[in-house]
Design a protein around this ligand. Structure first.
Ligand SMILES: Cc1cc2nc3c(=O)[nH]c(=O)nc-3n(C[C@H](O)[C@H](O)[C@H](O)COP(=O)(O)O)c2cc1C
Length: 140
């Protein structure tokens, strides 16, 4: 088993419909191929952690890199793992309002997410990076 984590910047013109399209096709591909992980999108930044069989994860990452919806992709970490952290999520997805915190629900969400980031097990370097940077993106 293998995991990788990257971050990137979305192109200016992407909207919720684009994200829905990505997620729909992701969930189909990911569940068929035993790929799991988590994608966070906030203030035009993506961070995603992907877990699964190494060859499939690498091929998927190559397709994600080529996707014109984002650029400045930085691979933060990749490593072999013993077990999955997002075993039941074909791709958990978190998004907050466009650029500003619009309402109390979003503040609650951020609070919960940040608490989760602190509490959740982070046995690998990729998971540490994923939760650390996600938290930074949400709090900056
Ligand atoms: C931020 C981001 C995350 C993505 N995550 C996934 C994913 O987890 N699984 C997936 O199958 N495609 C994902 N995609 C879509 C792929 O880039 C690509 O469009 C898809 O794998 C279909 O490949 P193809 O267009 O070469 O057929 C993601 C795209 C972006 C921009």
């Amino acid at each position: 088993m293998f995991e990788l984590v990257y971050r990137s910047t979305s192109k200016n013109n992407i909207n919720n419909d684009d994200i829905s399209i990505i997620l729909k096709s992701s969930r189909v591909f990911n569940s068929k191929n035993d790929i799991t992980g988590c994608l966070l999108y906030h203030n035009h930044e993506f961070i995603q952690i992907i877990e699964g069989e190494e060859k499939i994860v690498r091929e998927l990452y190559a397709r994600i890199e080529k996707n014109p919806m984002h650029d400045n992709i930085i691979l933060l970490n990749e490593s072999n793992i013993n077990s999955k952290a997002f075993g039941s999520w074909s791709m958990a997805y978190y998004q907050l309002g466009s650029d500003d915190i619009k309402n109390i629900m979003e503040m609650l969400f951020i609070n919960n997410f940040v608490t989760l980031a602190d509490l959740v097990d982070k046995p690998t370097h990729a998971l540490k990076l994923f939760w650390y940077i996600s938290k930074q993106l949400l709090l900056e």
